[in-house]
Design a protein around this ligand. Structure first.
Ligand SMILES: Nc1ncnc2c1ncn2[C@@H]1O[C@H](COP(=O)(O)OP(=O)(O)OP(=O)(O)O)[C@@H](O)[C@H]1O
Length: 208
């Protein structure tokens, strides 16, 4: 399914952060959002995910085509990893959790309570949910935070497999995942208002 975003304006709280965001993302492709801290990557992803209504503009994909992985992992702390995965599989009517377990190397963690996992282990379990949704368009906010090098590679492989099956992904990440079909989108081009920086040296007074 293609995702077409047309002249989207996005807000965070009361402030409009982005205006005029337009792009088309074809099946099999990834779009990497680039921009410094505070530039609006999370704001755009939240708007695409339907968590914040757009100020104006539109996107073509229905909510049920989108799967969003936010900064938080979304695990139920008192449930084991297996129970979390089985719960999500039932929500999304997915038959088999085995491919997600294998993709994120979770087999040794299945019996552990989510509350007792390390940060990287929680992240892997949270990302496994994406595969269980069966949804074609993944929206990912800093998905590699807390992952070690091997698990960044596992995650990149999971995305590549998703793209190879005709899925697509929009990601905010500061690292290069080496995805073959990824394009970059610099969202600073869509800043809703020019940032005004204080003039002069802010430390000048302190050293006088
Ligand atoms: N809950 C909030 N209410 C109001 N403004 C917010 C809120 N959260 C973030 N902002 C502001 O919205 C703007 C965009 O923030 P956003 O989180 O989208 O940036 P980002 O590019 O994802 O940043 P980072 O790389 O640090 O994750 C920033 O100016 C930020 O301070």
């Amino acid at each position: 399914m293609e995702l077409t975003v047309t002249d989207l304006a996005c807000r965070r709280g009361e402030a409009t952060v982005l205006r005029g965001v337009s792009f088309a993302l074809a099946p099999g492709r990834a779009l990497v959002l680039r921009g410094p801290n505070g530039s609006g990557k999370t704001t755009l992803l939240r708007t695409l995910a339907g968590l914040t209504p757009p100020v104006s503009g539109s996107l073509s994909a229905p909510p049920e085509a989108l799967a969003y992985a936010a900064h938080a992992d979304g695990l139920k702390a008192q449930l084991t990893v297996a129970e979390n995965l089985t719960f999500w599989a039932s929500v999304f009517a997915t038959d088999d959790i085995a491919p997600a377990v294998a993709a994120f190397d979770l087999s040794d963690l299945l019996a552990r309570r989510a509350a007792d996992l390390s940060a990287g282990q929680k992240r892997r379990a949270g990302l496994a949910r994406l595969m269980l949704t069966g949804r074609p368009i993944w929206l990912l906010d800093e998905p590699t935070v807390s992952l070690d090098r091997d698990n960044v590679a596992r995650f990149a492989a999971a995305i590549e497999a998703h793209l190879a099956q005709g899925g697509s992904a929009v990601l905010a990440t500061h690292i290069d995942l080496g995805l073959a079909t990824a394009s970059d989108l610099d969202i600073t081009a869509f800043a809703a208002r020019a940032r005004t920086e204080p003039s002069g040296d802010p430390f000048a007074e302190a050293v006088e």
